[in-house]
Structures are given as C-alpha cells and as structure tokens.
Design a protein around this ligand. Structure first.
Ligand code: G3P
Ligand code: MG
Length: 261
C-alpha cells in the first residue's frame, strides 16, 4: 500500500464536469473547451454500464442530460454509445456520452490532470471500482495528476485495495466532525468539500493535518477569491494557512480572468 502523504495537488482552478457552464457537462466537448479556456485539470463523474464499461456521467439516470431514459447501469455500452449527451445545450448536437477510455485519450492529448469522482449506483460499488481500476492501470498517463474521490465510502475503501497508489480524496458536503477518523480509515490525502460552508478555521485545521483542500462548486468569483486566499483588489496571494488548494468551477475561464491566475 502506498505510504505517500501530503496534499495530492491538482490545480487552483479545476473545470467541474469540464467547462460545463458553456458546454454539455461531462462530455468530450466540455473537457476540450476546458483546455481551450486554459484549465490544467478537470473533474468528471464515472459509473458503469450493464456490461461493466466505465462511462462519464453525473446522474444515475440518463434522462436529464441525454436522449436516453432510465438507469445508465441497466444499458449496455453499445446502447449508451448511441446516445446524444448534449441535452439542454444547443449547438452541441451529436455529442456522445463518453466512455472513460475516450476521456483518458483526450486528457492525455490535451495534457489535463484529473479528479475522477466515482459515482456508483448503490450496490454496484465493487464492479464500478474494479472497472475503473483496470482502466486506470491500463490507460492512465502516469505523468499527469490523478486523484480519486467519492461520496461513497465503500468505493474509497475498494479503491484503496484496487489502486492503492492513486491518491484518494474524502468527498463531503460540510466538513464532518469525524473528518480525522475518516481520512485515516480511507487513507485520504485530500478533502473535497462544499465551498459555501468551509470556514477559515476549518481550512487551517485541515492544512495543519497535511491535507489537500478542494472546494466545489464555486462559480462566484468573490467566493473563489476568499477560499483561495487571493486579494481580489491586488490579485496577490495572501495567507495560505487558511486557504483551499483549489476550487471546482463550471466557469474556469471566467474565474481565471477574475483571479488573475
Ligand atoms: O467532486 C466535486 C463535485 O463534483 C461533487 O459533487 O454532485 O457535482 O458530483 P457533484
Ligand atoms: Mg462530481
């Protein structure tokens, strides 16, 4: 098992589901646009098809974002390959629901780091982690940063077994009272939390514990500046002792321009 410690660094600005404010979330188009907009890291959500192929998609069900219906995990990969994932985003018609493998190819070509969030359907944690682990071992370009996160505690535990050397992040809403025990239990180097509730005091404690801190989903420039400890008048980096290491945003270009980074 890996004994690496310290923050698993990604980037100060991470494109959440790609540049998902301007392109259909979790698609190749959104990830490519994130790179065009200057992002160096992206976040995606991953689950598996009925035949165990990892696909990039946020919801358990296909209905909100694609031309499909029902649970993603009840469709074969061949069926999912036929879907259009541009629902609600005119101008992107024909954009496929991407396989994770296609996303890895794109990230390697564009030099993008990744926070891969495991989003298993309840009960499918083991095959989901297994399929992702196999693909990470086979295809992830190891020179690029990769952090695995999940709200699913069993997925973190399984990831620790399956791909121990890939850093893990405890994914939470507000910082829970028992964060130290959880970080220890799942061998996490980062905490990824809801940026609207993180206090400077909590950030200081997490930093002192040697953890990386990344906050979702931060689309308001002023909140991003506060969380990152950047003075919005001068653009200068202030005290990092109470700052997050990065934020997830749907608008990476907008925030990079505002923050001057
Ligand atoms: O991984 C950070 C963030 O994506 C977690 O929430 O629902 O957007 O996947 P969600
Ligand atoms: Mg996510």
């Amino acid at each position: 098992m890996s004994d690496a410690t310290g923050p698993a660094l990604l980037a100060p600005i991470i494109a959440h589901r790609g540049a998902s404010g301007d392109a259909p979330e979790n698609t190749l188009a959104a990830l490519s646009l994130a790179a065009d907009h200057g992002a160096s890291c992206v976040e995606i959500d991953v689950s598996i098809s009925a035949d165990g192929i990892p696909f990039v998609h946020h919801d358990n069900k296909l209905d909100r974002c694609t031309t499909g219906q029902g649970f993603l995990c009840e469709h074969s990969a061949a069926e999912l390959d036929l879907l259009d994932a541009s629902k609600g985003m005119p101008g992107f018609e024909g954009e496929p629901l991407p396989r994770l493998e296609a996303v890895f190819d794109l990230l390697e070509a564009r030099g993008l780091g990744l926070n891969l969030e495991i989003k298993p359907r309840e009960g499918l944690e083991a095959p989901t982690v297994d399929a992702i682990g196999a693909l990470v071992e086979r295809r992830w370009p190891s020179h690029l940063p990769l952090v695995i996160s999940s709200f699913s505690r069993s997925s973190l535990a399984l990831s620790r077994e399956r791909i121990p050397d890939i850093p893990r992040a405890l994914l939470v809403g507000a910082i829970p009272d028992d964060w130290q025990a959880l970080v220890e239990t799942y061998g996490c180097r980062n905490i990824h939390c809801d940026g609207s509730s993180l206090t400077p005091e909590q950030a200081r404690e997490l930093r002192l514990a040697g953890l990386g801190i990344y906050c979702y989903t931060v689309n308001e420039p002023e909140l991003a500046a506060r969380l990152l400890g950047i003075d919005k008048e001068t653009g200068a980096q202030g005290d990092t002792a109470t700052a997050a290491h990065g934020i997830f945003t749907d608008y990476p270009k907008l925030l990079a321009e505002y923050l001057g980074i």
